[in-house]
Write a protein of this length. Structure first.
Length: 120
């Protein structure tokens, strides 16, 4: 069982992803607001952060950056419907290492497969 931080401003996605992850035995802490998630973030507590990319006030990539400053070992998964490329190169300094990107829409089975792969 993994402890998963789930942050998405879409409450329907939060409900669906939470149900799917909890059915797999994971403990899920859910936030619809990225600022609140950051304020309540605990270092060395979560096994994985699952973050939506497009959110108001603080996008998922910026939240990822701030979280990694607090807990550099945390694994992260970005969920997005955009076609933006998340690369790790010198031309894109905001793009960070050790981030898996999952494109929406995604089936429940594929979500579980991706999450289990990230968690090892």
């Amino acid at each position: 069982m993994a402890r998963i931080l789930l942050v998405d401003d879409d409450k329907d996605h939060l409900k669906l992803f939470t149900i799917v992850l909890e059915q797999q035995g994971h403990s899920v802490e859910v936030y619809a607001d990225p600022i609140t998630a950051l304020l309540k973030f605990r270092s060395n507590y979560y096994d994985l952060a699952v973050l939506d990319y497009l959110m108001p006030h603080l996008n998922g990539l910026d939240l990822y950056t701030k979280i990694k400053e607090i807990d550099s070992k945390l694994k992260c998964c970005m969920i997005t419907a955009t076609h933006e490329q998340f690369t790790d190169d010198e031309e894109n300094p905001r793009r960070l290492k050790n981030m898996t990107v999952i494109r929406k829409p995604i089936s429940n089975a594929d979500l579980i497969t991706e999450i289990n792969s990230i968690l090892g």
